[in-house]
Write a protein that binds this ligand. Structure first.
Ligand SMILES: NC(=O)c1ccc[n+]([C@@H]2O[C@H](COP(=O)([O-])OP(=O)(O)OC[C@H]3O[C@@H](n4cnc5c(N)ncnc54)[C@H](OP(=O)(O)O)[C@@H]3O)[C@@H](O)[C@H]2O)c1
Length: 228
């Protein structure tokens, strides 16, 4: 009997609203939760995912939930822990930049992971997704902490531009489960998707190989310090 194996991991957890602080491990919490946590989880599962992907009839995918906010930031370096932990300040816009940096790191990681898996002939598809503007608890927290006039403005903006949580899950669901993605594997490997299923070029920094190598080295440094 032919048995099909379908495994997808969707790394979705994030701290999406500031203020961003330093954790007890000495890491910027946005980077620790939104990037490093996904990386450690994925790397631990990787041997099993690779083994499974080589079985007949399997379809293994790794989906990292990123954000269009990655385009709001243009890092020039990821060398060392200071750049890994970079904060852009404490204003609303600065928080978005700090958040965006973690989402840019996530796209860089997804692309690098795809290249590593391709080099091992593991037929796993890795994709970064932006879910769109979605009404979720993060948005409520963000609105709750604003001055009345700002709250009124953003509530209006959210009401006309954001989608429901169900609709917001569609891009991740498409990346993780659509048969079209497996059928057009070369179109979707390592890409960044905007809703729903649209392959979009991420920011130049998210594709910059030098920044990717620096991020890789800084990540290894951080993991070593953590004893991982
Ligand atoms: N909403 C948007 O408009 C939007 C736009 C672009 C991208 N995104 C991305 O979409 C994803 C989902 O966002 P959302 O709006 O649904 O956010 P959310 O409502 O704040 O949900 C975030 C989720 O992450 C979990 N989480 C946070 N910190 C964690 C930690 N340290 N360890 C484990 N789990 C943790 C939370 O778990 P608990 O509930 O247990 O705390 C919650 O389930 C995120 O990656 C976000 O960056 C969202």
């Amino acid at each position: 009997m032919l048995c099909s194996v379908f495994i997808n991991t969707v790394n979705n957890a994030a701290k999406a609203v500031g203020p961003y602080t330093i954790t007890k491990d000495g890491l910027r919490d946005s980077m620790a939760i939104n990037y490093l946590g996904h990386l450690v989880f994925t790397e631990n599962l990787l041997p099993l995912l690779i083994q499974t992907s080589k079985q007949e009839g399997s379809d293994v995918r790794i989906i990292n939930v990123s954000s269009k906010a990655h385009t709001m930031v243009a890092p020039t370096s990821f060398v060392g822990k200071d750049n890994f932990n970079k904060s852009y300040g404490t204003s609303f816009i600065s928080d978005l930049h700090t958040y965006g940096l973690s989402k840019l790191a996530s796209i860089q990681y997804t692309k690098r992971l795809q290249r590593r898996l391709d080099a091992q002939d593991a037929p796993i598809i890795c994709i970064s997704v932006h879910p769109g503007g979605v009404v979720t608890p993060s948005v409520s927290i963000f609105l709750a902490n604003r001055a009345p006039v700002v709250k009124q403005f953003f509530s209006f903006l959210v009401s006309i531009t954001f989608v429901s949580a169900r609709q917001g899950a569609m891009n991740s669901a498409y990346a993780a489960a659509s048969p079209e993605v497996r059928a057009k594997v070369e179109t979707f490997k390592g890409v960044y998707l905007e809703p729903v299923g649209q392959v979009v070029k991420p920011s130049p920094q998210a594709e910059d190989e030098r920044l990717g190598n620096e991020l890789h080295d800084a990540t290894l440094e951080v993991l070593k310090e953590l004893g991982l």
